[in-house]
Design a protein around this ligand. Structure first.
Ligand SMILES: CC(C)(COP(=O)(O)OP(=O)(O)OC[C@H]1O[C@@H](n2cnc3c(N)ncnc32)[C@H](O)[C@@H]1OP(=O)(O)O)[C@@H](O)C(=O)NCCC(=O)NCCS
Length: 180
């Protein structure tokens, strides 16, 4: 799918394929400290990414590419099910985790492309795919830092609700989107 970002540039949205791994490594290398402080669902080196995206694994990545440069400018990871170590917190909010219809989500956009509508567009794109695949709930990957206003607005705008808060290097909110 092709969209137009608020800077007027055309952006291609699609799933990650194995041939993208080097480009994705470069994307992570270019993330600035402000974004890295907010974003770290997994290791960012080529070997780790290759292992995560083995065929038939439980992770799917959705990317946005600048059509002028072919560079990756946004990356969102979806893991099927929920994170084992977040399970007890989810249960404390009355959520019964379901490994077949829940998924766990962590979005990112390259620093210079943030606030240009790419995050929203990539979310709508991946949501349609999740619905088509029978997923029913999207849980944030390790929550969101309570002082991350941009991300909090983004989640609320896309229909997520707050489940509760927890302490981990500061205050964080657990959030969820019930798709149906
Ligand atoms: C959070 C993030 C994924 C949002 O993607 P984005 O492309 O920047 O966001 P968009 O331009 O699509 O805007 C989506 C919504 O986010 C909010 N938002 C975006 N920029 C914002 C800003 N500068 N200040 C406050 N809210 C902002 C708005 O609610 C916006 O919706 P609206 O434009 O309809 O009002 C992106 O900013 C990012 O990667 N941030 C750093 C990493 C991170 O925090 N990831 C999440 C970890 S939990």
């Amino acid at each position: 799918m092709i969209i137009k970002a608020k800077n007027g540039r055309q952006v291609l949205l699609r799933k990650l394929i194995p041939a993208d791994i080097d480009k994705l490594t470069y994307y992570f290398q270019c993330l600035g400290p402000g974004t890295l402080k907010r974003y770290g669902p997994h290791k960012f080196d080529t070997q780790s990414i290759t292992e995560i995206y083995q065929p038939h694994g439980d992770h799917t990545a959705y990317i946005a590419l600048d059509m002028e440069t072919s560079e990756i400018i946004a990356y969102s990871v979806i893991k099927k099910g929920f994170l084992e170590h977040d399970g007890y917190r989810l249960q404390s909010y009355g959520i019964i985790p379901d490994s077949t219809t829940d998924c766990t989500f962590a979005p990112s956009v390259a620093d210079e492309w943030q606030s240009l509508g790419v995050g929203n567009s990539l979310f709508r794109f991946l949501l349609a795919d999740l619905i088509a695949n029978g997923l029913k709930r999207i849980i944030l990957w390790g929550g969101v830092q309570s002082d991350n206003d941009k991300a909090l607005n983004y989640y609320l705008k896309n229909g997520f609700r707050t489940l509760g808060q927890f302490e981990h290097n500061g205050q964080n909110f657990d959030m969820i989107l019930e798709i149906i």
